[in-house]
Write a protein that binds this ligand. Structure first.
Ligand SMILES: [Cu+2]
Length: 267
C-alpha cells in the first residue's frame, strides 16, 4: 500500500506495517475468465476487493454505486444483475463481494465499468474508491475498446486490453475528469490465484512469484505509462488518487482508476 497519502499521514503504526509488509496493494477486481469470445453466451463476472498478487485476504465491498456495460456507444445499467456473494478466499473469513452474469450476443467490444462505494481502510484511516474497467470482445471485431467511459478517473488502453502478448508492452493513459493526469503512481499486479465462479472461491495457492516490493509506473506529462508484461495472465493497473474527489465523510479519499487486461503467450 504505497499510496501517496500514506507519506503525509504516516503514523508509527502504518509505517511499521509498510516496512514489514511486502507488495500488498488493494485492487478492485472485475474478473471474467474468457475475454475473447467466438460464440454468443452468458459470461460470469466476479467483483472482489482484494490483494490479487500476494493473494492474501479480501475486503468487504459495499453496494456498488454504478455497474454498467457500454457496447457500440450504448450504455446498459447492470446494477440489478448483481448478486451478493461471500467470497471464500485465502483469508480465514469470507469477504462480501458480488457476482453477475451478462449475455454477450453481437460481435464487438463490451466495456464494463464499476464504481464501488468508498471503502474505509482502517490501517491508513482513508477511504479508497477504485473505479474499475474491464473489457470483453466477441468475434474478433474491434468496435471501440479505446473509447472513454466518462468516469471521474479512468485508464484508457492504448493497446487492445483483451489481446496483449506476454513479453510485449502495454501502454495506458490516465485521465482525470477527461484530461491526462501526470505524475501519478500506478501499481501493477496480476491475479495470482484461481477464481472459481461456481463455488465462489479464490484458491489458497498462488500461481506464480510475488515481487518483494510493489511494481509501479509513474504517468508522464500526457498521463501515459508503459509496462512490459513479463508473463501471461490477468494484469491490473491501479493509478492512485487520480480522481477529482479527495474527501468522503470527513476523511481523506483516494479515488483510484483501475484497468484489467489479459496477456497470453504468443506461441
Ligand atoms: Cu488491504
Amino acid at each position: 500500500m504505497k499510496r501517496p497519502v500514506l507519506l503525509s499521514t504516516a503514523t508509527g503504526m502504518t509505517l511499521a506495517l509498510t516496512l514489514a509488509g511486502n507488495a500488498q496493494a488493494h485492487f478492485q477486481l472485475l474478473y471474467t475468465p474468457e475475454v475473447m469470445l467466438e460464440k454468443p453466451g452468458d459470461i460470469p463476472l466476479a467483483l472482489i476487493f482484494g490483494h490479487p498478487m500476494e493473494n492474501s485476504h479480501s475486503m468487504d465491498m459495499g453496494q456498488p454505486e454504478a455497474f454498467f456495460v457500454v457496447f457500440k456507444g450504448e450504455k446498459t445499467d447492470l446494477i440489478d444483475s448483481l448478486e451478493a456473494v461471500d467470497w471464500q478466499g485465502p483469508g480465514d473469513e469470507p469477504a462480501d463481494g458480488y457476482k453477475a452474469s451478462y449475455k454477450i450476443k453481437r460481435n464487438g467490444d463490451y466495456l464494463f465499468g464499476l464504481v464501488p462505494a468508498p471503502y474505509m481502510e482502517g490501517a491508513e484511516d482513508v477511504y479508497i474508491q477504485q473505479i474499475t474497467k474491464a473489457m470483453v470482445n466477441k468475434g474478433a471485431m474491434p468496435t471501440g475498446w479505446n473509447e472513454p467511459l466518462g468516469l471521474p478517473t479512468e485508464i484508457m488502453p492504448m493497446n487492445k486490453p483483451y489481446q496483449v502478448f506476454a513479453g510485449s508492452t502495454f501502454t495506458g493513459q490516465l485521465l482525470s475528469e477527461g484530461k491526462p493526469a501526470a505524475g501519478v503512481e500506478c501499481e501493477i499486479e496480476y491475479i495470482n490465484s484461481e477464481i472459481d465462479l461456481e463455488a465462489n472461491r479464490i484458491s489458497k495457492e498462488t500461481l506464480g512469484p510475488v515481487p518483494s516490493t510493489a511494481v509501479v509506473a509513474i504517468t508522464d506529462d500526457n498521463g501515459l505509462f508503459t509496462f512490459g508484461i513479463p508473463r501471461a495472465g490477468v494484469w491490473g493497473f491501479a493509478c492512485l488518487g487520480s480522481g477529482p474527489d479527495k474527501e468522503y465523510e470527513g476523511k481523506e479519499l483516494s479515488q483510484d482508476a483501475v484497468l484489467w487486461i489479459n496477456a497470453t503467450a504468443l506461441d
